[in-house]
Design a binder for this molecule. Structure first.
Ligand SMILES: [Zn+2]
Length: 410
C-alpha cells in the first residue's frame, strides 16, 4: 500500500512519514512563500497584525524560508490533531498502531473502531478540539511576539488561522472527515450501528457530489480531488461496516467448504497429476494432507496453481506436490467470525485460509493465523469467493442479521 518510514514516536505511538508527504511539504513551502503578500494583507486586516510585507520579501529566498517554517508548523498542528484522536482512543483501551503523515494530512491508525457512540463521538471530536486549542495557542504567542519579528509573527498568525480552518474543515459531515464520524455517532444513538453508518455515508456522498460540482464550476482541481477522495472513503466505510453487520453472527464454520466436500492431495502426488486434477475439478488450490498410520490425516501444506506452474512442463512427472507446496500456512479456527477471515486474507494478500479444528486446549494461548501445530486437524477451507457468495446471499435475503437474531440499538 503506502510507502512510509518512521521518524520517531510520541506517547509510545510511532510517527511515520509517507513518501507523498515529502512531495507536499516543499510544495506547501513554495505556495505559502509565493503568496506571502496577500496573506500578510489578510492577517493585517483580520487580526491587526501590523506585519511589514517588505521586510519578509527583502531577499528573494526569504519568503520561502518563512513558507517552509509555516508549512512545518502546519504539519506539527496536524500531528497534534491526530494525537488528540489517538490519546482519547487509548484512554478507552483502543491500541493505536501509528500516526502517518501523507498527502492529505494525517491518519491515526486505530486497530479497531469503537461501536459505542459516546466513545466514537469523543474520539472524533478530540482532533478538532486540539486544532482549535493549537490555533488559540498560536494566537497568544503571536500577541506576545514583538512587532520587530515580522517572520515569526507571520508564521504564528498564519498557524492561528489555519489550525482553526483545519478544525472547521474536519467538521464537514462526511467520511473520512471527523464530522462524518461525529454524525454517525449521533445517528447511532437511536438506531443500529450499520444503519447509522449507511445514513452517514449517504450524507457524506451527497456532500462529496456537491463539493465536486462546485470544484468543477470553480475550476478548482484540489476541491475535485478532495471530493473524489471523500466519495471513495464514504463508500468503502459503508461497505466495510455493512459487511461487518451482515456477518455479525456468521462464523467461518458456517460458510467454509468442509472437508467432506473438499478435495485434497497427498505430498507425493506428481505435479502432472495435480494439474490434471485442477483441470477436471476446476479448483486452483488444494490442501496437502498426509496419511499417517498413528495419527490419521495430517495437514502438511497448501498447493496452488501458481505453485504448480513454476515447474517446467517436461519435468512435471519428476516433481511432486511436496516440492512446491507452501508450508507456511495461514489458518483460522472454525468458530472465528467471517469478518476476521476477510481481514486476515487482506492482511496477508492471499485468497484462501485453511480452517482447522478449534482445539480448546490450544485456542486460549494461540492466536489465529499462526502456523499450524503438529497434529492440527483440517476441517475445511475458506476462500475469498466463499465469503463474497455468502455476503451476497445475506444481502439479498434482505436481513443484516442472517440467523434471525433481532438487532438492538443499545
Ligand atoms: Zn481528525
Amino acid at each position: 500500500m503506502m510507502k512510509s518510514f518512521r521518524i520517531g514516536s510520541l506517547f509510545g505511538i510511532p510517527i511515520k512519514l509517507d513518501l507523498t508527504f515529502l512531495l507536499v511539504l516543499p510544495l506547501f513551502a513554495y505556495l505559502i512563500g509565493a503568496q506571502i503578500g496577500p496573506v500578510v494583507d489578510i492577517l493585517n486586516t483580520s487580526m491587526n497584525a501590523g506585519i511589514d510585507a517588505d521586510a519578509l520579501t527583502a531577499e528573494w529566498w526569504l519568503p520561502y524560508v518563512v513558507g517552509l517554517a509555516a508549512a512545518i508548523g502546519l504539519f506539527v498542528g496536524v500531528v497534534l490533531h491526530e494525537l488528540g484522536h489517538s490519546l482519547t482512543a487509548q484512554r478507552y483501551g483502543f491500541p493505536i498502531d501509528s500516526i502517518t503523515l501523507w498527502l492529505f494530512g494525517g491518519i491515526a491508525a486505530l486497530s479497531e473502531m469503537p461501536e459505542d457512540w459516546k466513545q466514537e463521538f469523543n474520539i472524533a471530536i478530540a482532533g478538532p478540539i486540539v486544532s482549535v486549542l493549537v490555533g488559540i495557542a498560536s494566537y497568544l504567542l503571536f500577541l506576545i511576539t514583538p512587532e520587530a519579528f515580522s517572520g515569526t509573527r507571520f508564521v504564528l498568525g498564519y498557524l492561528a488561522v489555519l489550525n482553526v480552518a483545519l478544525a472547521i474543515f474536519n467538521m464537514i459531515p462526511a467520511f473520512p472527515m471527523d464530522g462524518g464520524r461525529i454524525l454517525r455517532a449521533l445517528l447511532a444513538r437511536g438506531r443500529p450501528y450499520a444503519k447509522a453508518t449507511q445514513q452517514a455515508a449517504g450524507i457524506g456522498k451527497l456532500f462529496a457530489v456537491f463539493m465536486g460540482l462546485f470544484g468543477l464550476l470553480a475550476f478548482n482541481i484540489i476541491l475535485i480531488g478532495v471530493a473524489f477522495f471523500v466519495y471513495i472513503a464514504a463508500s468503502s466505510e459503508a461497505q466495510q461496516v455493512t459487511m461487518k453487520a451482515a456477518f455479525q453472527d456468521v462464523t467461518v464454520g458456517d460458510i467454509m467448504t468442509s472437508t467432506g466436500d473438499l478435495h485434497t492431495v497427498e505430498p507425493d502426488t506428481p505435479i502432472s497429476t495435480l494439474i490434471q486434477r485442477m483441470f477436471t475439478e476446476r479448483h486452483t488450490g488444494y490442501p496437502v494432507v498426509e496419511y499417517d498410520a498413528l495419527e490419521g490425516e495430517r495437514l502438511v501444506g497448501l498447493v496452488t496453481l501458481s505453485d504448480a506452474r513454476g515447474i517446467d512442463p517436461v519435468e512435471r512427472d519428476a516433481y511432486t506436490v511436496e516440492d512446491v507446496m507452501t508450508t507456511d500456512l495461514q489458518t483460522i479456527s472454525a468458530d472465528s467470525d467471517a469478518m476476521t477471515a476477510i481481514e486476515q486474507m487482506q492482511k496477508h494478500g492471499i485468497g484462501r485460509l485453511l480452517v482447522v479444528e478449534n482445539d480448546a486446549q490450544h485456542s486460549a494461548d494461540r492466536p489465529d493465523g499462526e502456523t499450524p501445530h503438529e497434529g492440527d486437524e483440517l476441517v475445511g477451507l475458506i476462500s475469498r469467493s466463499d465469503v463474497m457468495t455468502a455476503f451476497d446471499i445475506v444481502q439479498k435475503s434482505g436481513s443484516v442479521s442472517p440467523v434471525g437474531q433481532p438487532q438492538t440499538a443499545d
